[in-house]
Design a protein around this ligand. Structure first.
Ligand SMILES: *Cc1c(COP(=O)(O)O)cnc(C)c1O
Length: 387
């Protein structure tokens, strides 16, 4: 029996041909596939602008910069996420604050955010980075009200949720990352995510100013527009001329990665549907079982199911049992505030009880479009036999 991971990319012949085509063409990087990918992705998500970058962490860093984090700015995020959602704040010299999760949805809790906000003067926090954890869309319409009241921007980490949506009060589907309520959103194209480009990331926004900053920051802060030309003879600066006006980075994606992302994007809806089927089958198999807790479902939410998480008392026992049967489940995530690095800032056990209780029990079962029915049956059988 081949081993079953918790997540896996799906590369087709069409994907391979799309990459080969670029390898034979004129540009390996900075070619036409990048803007094509950006345009297609913006259309898919429903945002005005999209900027492709080298990975999801770079997307977080640049978006945080473009939204204007300055040294000392206090930014809120969730402890149940990949460390990068918090690290990007520190890259900009900001201070990381956490708000506890909701024990049913596992996403950042609006109540705990409100509590944190109310215990400080208005203006104390500059921004918030909610995460659509597992693919469960955070209700950004509600969060936006709080953000307006407290003068905060919202950067949505939608790495788990391309294609996921919540329904707003006007009964409209709000796709994760469409930036109707957030100021910007980011995605990752790491192979375990919905759309794989090797490494890769995307920032989406509807804000032209943020968009233009991102373009400059992505490539060293160098621009050929709005030139200053602070020379005695500016007219002697010719066609070669450019200026570095800000401190940026090299966070560019390559053209062949963009070609792969583009090709994968065509199958994104197909993959989402398959993820729904797999989730339905897990729910049907486990919902009657008193020893297994499942993530809450809501008719107002379309979960994109990057992950399928269950909670169980003997999590380590189940993890080892599955591993012994060639099933490589994972744990998402060890709370960020309990990482040795973050503990140095004074965070400690007991700070976020919901996140910590969740971490004691959570385990992510295999969830990816090419998981076959018989493989899923096998996973379900092994979970049940352990429980
Ligand atoms: C994957 C991921 C990232 C980082 O993306 P990379 O492309 O690996 O840098 C950030 N946040 C979340 C929630 C993720 O799952």
């Amino acid at each position: 029996m081949r081993s079953i991971p918790y997540g896996k990319q799906n590369i087709t012949q069409e994907d391979i041909e799309a990459v080969i085509e670029v390898l034979k063409a004129d540009f390996l990087t900075q070619g036409p596939k990048i803007s094509e990918f950006e345009e297609n992705f913006a259309n898919y998500i429903g945002s005005r602008y999209a900027v492709a970058v080298s990975n999801g962490t770079a997307a977080l860093h640049l978006a945080a910069m473009a939204l204007g984090i300055e040294p000392g700015d206090r930014i809120i995020t969730t402890p149940i996420t990949f460390a990068a959602s918090a690290n990007c704040i520190l890259y900009c010299g900001g201070e990381v604050y956490f708000a506890d999760i909701d024990s049913e949805t596992y996403t950042i809790s609006l109540n705990s955010i409100e509590k944190l906000l109310r215990s400080h003067p208005k203006g104390y926090f500059k921004g918030i980075i909610p995460v659509d954890f597992t693919g469960y869309p955070v209700n950004l319409e509600d969060l936006r009200k709080l953000a307006i009241e407290h003068g905060m921007w919202i950067l949505e980490d939608a790495c788990h949720a391309p294609g996921g949506y919540f329904i707003d009060s006007k009964d409209k589907n709000q796709l994760c990352g469409n930036s109707n309520f957030a100021d910007a959103a980011i995605f990752s194209f790491h192979p375990v995510k919905h759309i794989a480009s090797g490494e890769g990331g995307m920032i989406t926004t509807n804000n032209r100013e943020v968009y233009e900053k991102l373009l400059v920051l992505r490539t060293h802060g160098i621009t050929r527009e709005n030139l200053i030309k602070d020379f005695p003879n500016p007219e002697l600066q010719g066609g070669w001329y450019y200026e570095m006006q800000e401190l940026g980075y090299n966070y560019r994606i390559t053209d062949f990665q963009a070609a792969l992302g583009n090709s994968q994007l065509k199958r994104a809806d197909e993959g989402l549907k398959r993820r729904q089927e797999i989730a339905e089958k897990y729910y049907a198999a486990f919902s009657e079982n008193k020893n297994i807790k499942l993530q809450k479902r809501s008719p107002n939410n379309y979960n994109a199911y990057h992950l399928f998480v269950i909670e169980i008392d003997d999590r380590k026992g189940l993890y080892d049992h599955l591993k012994a049967n060639n099933i490589y489940a994972q744990v998402h995530y060890i709370p960020v505030h309990l990482m040795p690095f973050y503990k140095k800032f004074g965070w400690k056990e007991g700070d976020f009880p919901n996140a910590e209780n969740y971490y004691e029990k959570c385990i992510s079962l295999p969830m990816y479009p090419t998981l076959t029915d018989s493989e899923q049956d096998y996973v379900i059988e092994k979970v049940k036999s352990f429980v």
